[in-house]
Write a protein that binds this ligand. Structure first.
Ligand code: ADP
Ligand code: MG
Length: 242
């Protein structure tokens, strides 16, 4: 589903991704962790064409992200993305947030879009809040709406960039629970998170990044159960967060 081949990226003269390669199979859940500044967000953004890169190739469902003739808007419509900060449109109600792109981009009828939106809001436990505005919701509620909004586009994969790190602690689980359900339903997911409980529960693989490099890319079992075999910096990092 997602194939990242030898991707390198520079901001000016500063290299932020260094020959990164990995792949995510259909239905696979891959958790990406690593210290701040290691390139996790950049890697995620490269996948849906939010950040250009200078070397290597990225394919999503067979489409080359870096090719000059690729329609990036079309590609992005097929990949759901949920960020750390709450990215809902503040001037639109919850239901309007969910139907806007369905109607504008996918050309669905208003009725069809509303019906899909209501189903998804129900699924994330937010149906009773459908007519509220984002400012009237807690961070955890906003993030659940953001996930529902992404799902409304029938994405082939979902990318998450630290979706719970800006939340008050008591709201983390309500968002993780939605993500766990999604993973169990077979959604293809790349998730940047330091929530290792989530990784243990549903990840198929764990990637550890440091200084723009993918240092580890192995099965969850290998990552957690065979720690002595992991690189020194991986162990050091894990010792701080586990
Ligand atoms: P992470 O998500 O792991 O914290 P990022 O992918 O956000 O790391 O950043 C990787 C590196 O790229 C960092 O050193 C960061 O300072 C740098 N960086 C990120 N965005 C920009 C930008 N727009 N311009 C210049 N440098 C950037
Ligand atoms: Mg980041």
């Amino acid at each position: 589903m997602i194939d990242i081949k030898n991707v390198s990226k520079w901001y000016g003269t500063v290299q932020v991704l260094d020959s990164c390669s990995t792949h995510v199979e259909n239905g696979e859940v891959v958790v990406i962790c690593g210290p701040s500044g290691s390139g996790k967000s950049t890697l995620i953004k490269v996948v849906n064409g939010l950040e250009p890169f200078q070397k290597g190739e990225v394919f999503v469902d067979g489409v080359s992200v870096g090719a000059p003739d690729t329609d990036l808007a079309k590609l992005r419509a097929r990949i759901g993305m949920v960020f750390q900060s709450f990215e809902l449109f503040p001037h639109l109600s919850v239901i309007r947030n969910l139907i806007l792109a369905q109607v504008k981009v996918l050309k669905r009828s208003e009725a069809e879009a509303v019906s899909r939106a209501d189903k998804l809001l129900d699924r994330v436990g937010m149906l009773s809040h459908r007519d509220k505005y984002p400012g009237q919701l807690s961070g955890g509620q906003q993030q659940r709406v953001a996930i529902a909004r992404a799902l409304a586009m029938n994405p082939v994969a979902m990318l998450f960039d630290e979706p719970t790190s800006a939340l008050d602690p008591e709201m983390v689980n309500e968002v993780l629970d939605v993500m766990v359900d999604l993973a169990k339903e077979g959604m293809t997911m790349m998730v940047v998170t330091h929530e290792m409980g989530f990784a243990r529960k549903v990840a198929d693989r764990v990637i550890f990044m440091d200084e723009g490099k993918i240092v580890e890319d192995c099965s969850k079992h290998e990552f957690f159960e065979n720690l002595p075999a992991r690189a020194e910096r991986t162990r050091l990092f894990l010792s701080k967060i586990l």
